[in-house]
Design a protein around this ligand. Structure first.
Ligand SMILES: Cc1ncc(COP(=O)(O)O)c(C=O)c1O
Length: 475
């Protein structure tokens, strides 16, 4: 890919498949979308015989054109590529515009995301930035009221400085979305399951409603919580899927990455243009690391998911209000299963008290206090204090985000160890009390977590309204 690639939007600022981008596609029709002679797209690293294997196989299977047949794609740690003539002509010229290691990863991702084209950038937020650069002043965006804090922050920036009108609605209720749609709607931005309330968005219905009201509006879905292993939003009518590659795709919290995938090649060209123009493409070494992580996605996710199911059932059986789509008690359990191949490994629960939640989070040993998720080791956090702290408390209140909510991002450890550690952390909240206050504390605690001779149990009808006031006097 050359640094001189023209802007595909130069004639038609909207995203139709006619126009220059299509012509560009015709001009290089013997090659793939990126101009390379690699196995065919949209199954780029599948065998040239076109056979599609099951996802478990496709995740690890790659085919390339390395001259030494390296089984791991080499890292082309080079900013520039020498040209054969003064007029250029080489397959690559400058890494901001294209790099063989990045291309290999993008083609692999296009295959596993069932997309025509995938692109990789420096972070999940970078991916969202690339997407929102499709917007123009006056455009309207309809999005959720339980969004990742960083997504919320970028949308706030766009509404403050770029004259983008953002409507936050409960996207898990399609009629709320329909009410917010109009001729100026340029984009509907969805996350499902939402985070940290773990609510489910009906992607097919919302995509259909959006395109009925405005065929040019784009439906973009953040698929970070599930990864392509568990859900393919493009199959449900989404126009763009993006993910934070920092999470499940890489799996070890040792890199930052963002992934975009589309089926419309003209739209892919527009996204690529922004990446090339702004220079946010993923670096060669990180592309290599992400490629390595993707190969173990299935084994990691399956272990994380089965651990999450056991932990969710354990907490629920102890009376906590647990939010996890793998539980039959989840109000949208069936809807989730109609779209996804699994419930993922993120769940949340409430204790009834911010301070009790803080104590539990701090007392857990195996559960690292950390933002983010998708890592092989288990993480615990209080979203309102951490990942969602950039949403001001008034807005959090309006969006019914409980301040005491604890998010668990379950790793691949032994499930019994994780449950033991959590039980100990909940029981240990008792040890923080000075002896004269223990009795009061237990009375207070009786509103949220009841200690029993066998361990603990959450209150059945929720905590008393003044629980935190009382707790404040104790801690
Ligand atoms: C759902 C979701 N989307 C996007 C992002 C942003 O990804 P990144 O941190 O890679 O920029 C995050 C980060 O936590 C996230 O949780």
């Amino acid at each position: 890919m050359s640094d001189t690639t023209p802007d595909p939007s130069s004639q038609d600022p909207r995203l139709s498949s006619s126009g220059p981008a299509k012509n560009l596609g015709k001009a290089i029709s013997k090659l793939d979308l990126d101009g390379h002679d690699l196995p065919p797209s949209p199954a780029p690293s599948s065998p040239r015989n076109g056979k599609r294997y099951s996802l478990a196989t496709e995740l690890v299977y790659t085919e390339g054109t390395d001259q030494y047949n390296a089984s791991s794609m080499p890292i082309y740690q080079s900013a520039t590529f020498k040209q054969t003539s003064g007029g250029g002509g080489g397959e690559y010229d400058y890494t901001r515009s294209g790099n063989p290691t990045r291309t290999h990863l993008e083609r692999h991702l296009a295959k596993i995301m069932c997309a025509e084209r995938a692109l990789v950038v420096g972070s999940g937020m970078g991916a969202m930035d690339v997407i929102t650069r499709l917007l123009r002043p006056g455009d309207e965006v309809v999005t959720g009221d339980d969004l990742y804090g960083g997504t919320n922050r970028l949308l706030k920036y766009l509404s403050t400085y770029n004259e983008i009108i953002v409507h936050h609605v409960d996207t898990t209720n399609p009629s709320r979305v329909r009410d917010a749609l109009g001729p100026k709607t340029a984009m509907v931005l969805l996350e499902t399951p939402t985070n940290p309330l773990i609510k489910i968005v009906d992607i097919p219905t919302v995509a259909r409603l959006t395109h009925e009201v405005n065929p040019k509006a784009l439906v973009a879905v953040d698929n970070t919580m599930l990864s392509p292993l568990l859900q393919n939003p493009l199959e449900f009518g989404a126009d763009i899927v993006y993910e934070s590659g920092t999470k499940y795709l890489s799996g070890h919290h040792d890199l930052m990455a963002g992934v975009l995938a589309v089926n419309d090649s003209a739209l892919g060209e527009r996204l690529y243009f922004t990446i090339n123009a702004s220079g946010c493409g993923l670096a060669p070494f990180d592309s290599w690391l992400l490629m390595r992580g993707i190969k173990t996605l299935k084994v990691r996710m399956e272990q994380q998911q089965s651990n999450a199911q056991r932990i969710a059932e354990f907490l629920e059986s102890h009376g906590f209000h647990v939010r996890y789509p793998g539980l039959k008690s989840h109000p949208q359990h069936e809807l989730h299963n109609s779209m996804a191949r699994g419930a993922g490994a993120v769940l949340s629960f409430e204790t009834g008290s911010v301070q009790i939640s803080e104590r539990i989070v701090e007392a857990a040993k195996l559960w690292a206090i950390s933002v983010s998720f998708g890592c092989v080791n288990s993480l615990i956090s209080m979203p309102c204090r951490m990942s969602h702290a950039s949403i001001d408390s008034k807005t959090r209140q309006e969006r019914a985000l409980p301040e005491d909510i604890i998010r668990l991002c379950v790793g691949i450890e032994d499930a019994d160890d994780l449950i033991d550690d959590l039980s100990r952390a909940v029981s240990d909240t008792n040890h923080y009390c000075a002896p004269p206050l223990t009795k009061i504390f237990q009375l207070v605690l009786a509103g949220a977590v009841k200690l029993t001779p066998d361990g603990f149990r959450a209150a059945e009808h929720g905590p008393p309204a003044n629980l935190d006031t009382l707790s404040n006097n104790i801690f």
